[in-house]
Design a protein around this ligand. Structure first.
Ligand code: PNS
Length: 159
């Protein structure tokens, strides 16, 4: 059985994330979407909320499951018999850091990272920018799954 992980903060999941998850699901027997705690980023949504949104938006993908992890990605891969990490690459600016992490992870345990280019229409899309635009009233409805957009608007209205 081939099993990969798509790790990320997913705060919140965007159409760009969903595109990568759908394409990865076509390549592996099982894809685990792992919500990882990124200590350098303050979250708008809790890990449970992010997992709920991911569960809702991937319900049409029978070989995708959602999980979370606090710790090293390589340890998650080892504990879950995962052979490959799949990462979406938007632009060359992503590449430097992603390459560094891929090489570090490979060196730590031998786990491989596969880079998947995003669709061009998603190459500018990030959770951080979506949150910033939405905070100041910009329309981001076309960049997010409907359920995520509704939760984002509600969350920002609370603050
Ligand atoms: O969506 P993001 O924030 O770009 O995802 C980055 C993430 C969470 C995948 C990355 O920070 C990560 O793998 N964190 C887990 C901790 C870890 O393994 N750190 C060492 C990386 S070489």
């Amino acid at each position: 059985m081939t099993r990969s992980v798509c790790p990320g903060s997913y705060d919140p999941p965007t159409n760009g994330h969903l595109d990568i998850l759908e394409r990865a699901a076509g390549l592996f027997d099982e894809v685990v979407v792992a919500v990882l705690i990124n200590k350098s980023k303050r979250g708008l949504f809790t890990v449970d909320e992010r997992m709920e949104m991911l569960t809702d938006t991937t319900s049409h993908l029978s070989n995708v499951r959602i999980d979370s992890w606090h710790g090293l990605l390589v340890d998650y891969c080892r504990h879950n018999d995962i052979q490959a990490i799949v990462k979406g690459l938007r632009a060359i600016s992503d590449f430097d850091y992603e390459l560094q992490m891929a090489q570090m992870n490979q060196q730590l345990t031998g786990v491989e990272t596969l880079f998947m280019p995003t669709k061009p229409e998603n190459s500018f899309l990030s959770s951080s920018l979506v949150k910033e635009v939405a905070t100041y009233g910009g329309d981001v409805s076309h960049l997010l799954p409907g359920v995520v957009h509704r939760r984002l608007v509600a969350r920002l209205a609370e603050s």
